[in-house]
Design a protein around this ligand. Structure first.
Ligand code: AMP
Length: 217
């Protein structure tokens, strides 16, 4: 049966993005990534993009009010209303989670999954991450690749994200511990949380994720 309303939490670089794309195909629901929405605003140089771009490059967080506004508007669209969604990268603070609880009062989230990968592992993964500028496909660099290289999927330029430098990565992970990790307690206390081990072959992690969703929706 298609359809589900999910939140996927986890450190950046935990493989969240790739798993969310697979989950969105599997459950036939839109993948709503606030990071992707902001990156597209940056590319289009909208007023939001101009402000957000600087914050993102420094590894900071865009303010709650702006983020809640963007997500509220997206969740009101017909696809999300009828089929559900996978929220990736939102909420990132308890303030955002509280606002989201209000927005989803009538159609509550089925399950909040914490995709758990230890910090040391994600630092390694993020520093070798490369992303297609056009279609967003993720790649892993072996260290001696051309820059940019050409995307196998769409022919776009594959480069390192501006916010994947070691300084920005460490800042994001610190922010995760201080701002986002409290969400685990927030959702745990509401009985909505499931912790899934994110270490291992991506196919095994995917199976763990779909098993949890099937058991909760
Ligand atoms: P991501 O692709 O999820 O790693 O997001 C990239 C960057 O976008 C983050 O490091 C933040 O600067 C910003 N961002 C994405 N989602 C949020 C959010 N929910 N709240 C605040 N900032 C966000």
């Amino acid at each position: 049966m298609p359809g589900a309303r999910l939140i996927i939490l986890g450190r950046q670089g935990a493989g969240k993005g790739t798993q969310c794309v697979r989950l969105s195909r599997h459950f036939v629901v839109p993948h709503i990534s606030t990071g992707d929405m902001l990156r597209s605003a940056v590319r289009e140089r909208t007023p939001l993009g101009i402000v957000a771009g600087e914050i993102m490059d420094a590894g900071g967080l865009v303010d709650d009010e702006t983020m809640v506004g963007i997500v509220k508007e997206r969740l009101a669209k017909p696809d999300a209303m009828s089929r559900g969604y996978i929220l990736d990268g939102f909420p990132r603070t308890v303030g955002q989670a509280e606002a989201l609880a209000g927005i989803t009062e009538d159609l509550p989230i089925h399950v909040v999954i914490d995709l758990d990968v230890p910090r040391e592992i994600v630092v390694d993964r993020i520093s070798s991450r490369r992303v297609c500028q056009d279609c967003g496909t993720n790649y892993t660099s072996s260290g001696d690749d051309p820059s940019p290289w050409i995307c196998d999927v769409c022919g776009g330029d594959v480069t390192q994200r501006g916010d994947d430098t070691p300084e920005a990565v460490n800042r994001r992970l610190d922010l995760y511990e201080s701002q986002t990790a409290p969400l685990i307690e927030f959702y745990g206390g509401r009985g909505q949380l499931a912790v899934v081990n994110g270490v291992g072959h991506p196919d095994h992690v995917f199976k763990r994720l779909t098993d949890v969703v099937e058991s909760r929706r």
